[in-house]
Design a protein around this ligand. Structure first.
Ligand code: PGA
Length: 248
């Protein structure tokens, strides 16, 4: 089954609103590719100007985070209806930086996945192991557990539209990329977990990205693997290289 490739930038805490617009303009011609879903997941304050800057192009807008309530006394948070009205279609959930620095656990991540679907946002749901777990050889069990927890009470029809990002923490922002075979091993396992939890049709439909120091030089090899349907890109999404990844 042919899955549509999805290349998403995760800008993290980079780019002021004016810098964000400048980056959109710089990348506009470089990211043209009708065969690929291109997404910019940007800081909350950049969402409105970025949505305006990419209007009429093939770029979709994503958020990096949100909270599970629609409104109320949640100082500092941003809600799904706010994102929707601003033109957001995708939202990153469970990034390792949210888990490690901001203490998000799998219970909250599962609530966010549910809320995103209920609100018409497509989750880019992240999983991945630390260097310690990789070295201990228990990374597969860890990732399987993350996925089961994070997908509790999510239906097969929802999972068919889900994006899962496999991001080994030891490869994020370190310049150390997983080899294409290491990335494929885990992405294939994730698809098997989805087949076990749901069914083969759901496993065939879900899109799985690799993330962790993906760049213009290594993207083509990673993306050539049968179970890697795209990338979630941090550092290289902030420069012209991103266009080369989209067209790799
Ligand atoms: P990186 O980040 O490409 O800078 O390693 C990826 C991510 O954290 O999503």
């Amino acid at each position: 089954m042919a899955r549509r490739r999805i290349i998403a930038g995760n800008w993290k805490m980079n780019k002021t609103p004016s810098e964000a617009v400048a980056l959109c303009n710089e990348l506009k011609d470089l990211v043209k590719n009708d065969a690929v879903d291109v997404v910019y997941c940007v800081p909350a304050i950049d969402i409105v100007p970025v949505a305006e800057a990419v209007k009429g192009t093939n770029v979709h807008v994503g958020a990096e985070n949100f909270y599970i309530e629609d409104k109320g006394a949640f100082t500092g948070e941003i809600s799904a209806p706010m994102l929707k009205e601003a033109g957001v279609e995708y939202v990153i959930i469970g990034h390792s930086e949210r888990r490690d620095i901001f203490g998000e656990n799998d219970i909250l991540i599962n609530q966010k996945v549910k809320k995103a679907f209920a609100s018409g946002l497509t989750p880019i749901m992240c999983c991945g192991e630390s260097l310690a777990l990789r070295k201990a050889g228990t990374y597969k069990e860890w990732i399987a557990r993350q996925i089961k927890w994070d997908l509790t009470d999510i239906t097969a029809d929802q999972v068919k539209t889900l994006v899962i990002a496999y991001e080994p923490i030891w490869a994020i922002g370190t310049g150390e990329t997983a080899t294409a075979d290491q990335a494929e091993e885990v992405c294939k396992m994730i698809r098997e977990i989805i087949a076990d939890l749901y069914d083969q049709a759901t496993a065939d439909a879900v899109r799985i990205q690799y993330g962790g120091s993906m760049n213009a030089a290594n993207a083509a090899e990673l993306l050539s693997k049968p179970n890697i349907d795209g990338g979630l890109i941090g550092g290289a999404s902030l420069k012209a290289d991103f266009g080369q990844i989209v067209n790799a």
